[in-house]
Design a protein around this ligand. Structure first.
Ligand code: Q46
Ligand code: ZN
Length: 309
């Protein structure tokens, strides 16, 4: 016997939402997903209906779903897609093609920064530096700064990223365990601009589980990448996912509860965490913890390794 959708009571249900005790048909699931993103944006006052918002799109399902749902939920937003070509053979071309297709489909302006074209390097070149074997860590720093630059270039006030529920709850959990409070605070749903002229950062998918982002893409014909980055740090990702999976086994609401509790204690943690003193990087001029920022130091490291300095 097919299960009937709990919302419309007419179509067959295809998606089970255990933590909300709902069985939904594809159409009602799309409405449910869109409504949750709207609620999240409003709850944390992420942006106004007519704001200029840039979405950091990697080609993956999370950011692809985010760009599409924002277009749908906020038709008067000045929406831009921001993409970084990391210069990973095959993978980066594939990702850029998916992003171009999506931006075209949604009629959204696309800004691309190409690492090979603009910096004469690819993320893989970190293999020749002390970051060998931990490319994702270097890649994270590089992407963060380039997205900040792209947001300035695209004249957006807000930079939205596709961090999903598992990403945020998982990393918060880790930082909580190890008492890394500064990093814990950086996972807030809204981060104010680091300096005048820079964008604030928001995470509208913070309450969306990964599998729902995937289903949203599939039901709405949203193009996203079909291959994985060859440098993905699988061990770390899997370990974190496993702990959360284990703890969610008997309580499907666990990840949402964990996130809610973390957000409740966030103001207290913020209060006891010293705000880092930022100065200006003497190379790029961006806010930095040291004389030369982490981004510029890493780029210099690669250029030295590949003989471009
Ligand atoms: S692109 Fe960069 Fe990811 Fe590749 S090197 Fe790691 S962080 S896995 S999303
Ligand atoms: Zn710098």
């Amino acid at each position: 016997m097919p299960i009937i959708c709990s919302k419309c009571r007419s179509a067959n249900a295809e998606v089970q939402i255990p933590y909300a005790k709902l069985n939904l048909c594809p159409c009602c699931f799309t409405d449910f997903y869109k409504a949750r993103v709207r609620r999240t944006v409003e709850e944390f006052k992420m942006f106004r209906e007519d704001d200029a918002v840039g979405v950091a799109v990697s080609g993956g399902k999370d950011s692809a779903a985010l760009l599409q749902v924002l277009r749908l939920a906020y038709p008067s937003l000045e929406l831009k897609a921001l993409h970084i070509n990391l210069g990973v053979p095959e993978y980066s071309t594939h990702c850029q093609q998916k992003v171009e297709k999506l931006a075209n489909m949604l009629n959204v302006e696309l800004h691309v920064f190409s690492l090979p074209e603009e910096l004469g390097m690819g993320i893989g070149d970190f293999e020749k530096t002390p970051f060998k074997g931990k490319l994702c860590s270097a890649c994270g720093t590089i992407k963060r700064r380039i997205f900040e630059k792209l947001a300035i270039k695209a004249h957006v006030r807000v930079l939205a990223t596709g961090h999903n529920l598992e990403d945020v709850a998982g990393v918060m959990f880790n930082n909580f365990l190890y008492g890394r409070w500064e990093q814990f605070v950086r996972l807030k749903p809204v981060l104010p601009p680091l300096a005048k002229g820079m964008a604030s950062k928001v995470k509208p998918l913070i309450k969306c589980p990964e599998n729902e982002n995937m289903l949203y893409c599939l039901y709405n014909d949203i193009p996203f990448r079909e291959i994985d980055c060859p440098y993905a740090d699988e061990i770390g990702v899997r370990k974190r996912a496993k702990i959360l999976e284990f703890l969610s086994r008997d309580n499907p609401y666990f990840r949402h509860q964990l996130l809610s509790r973390f957000l409740e204690i966030m103001p207290i943690v913020e209060g006891i965490t010293q705000k880092p003193e930022l100065s200006q990087c003497k190379v790029c001029g961006f806010p930095s913890l040291s004389e030369v920022c982490a981004f510029c130091r890493r780029i210099a490291m690669v250029k030295e390794a590949i003989g471009k300095i």
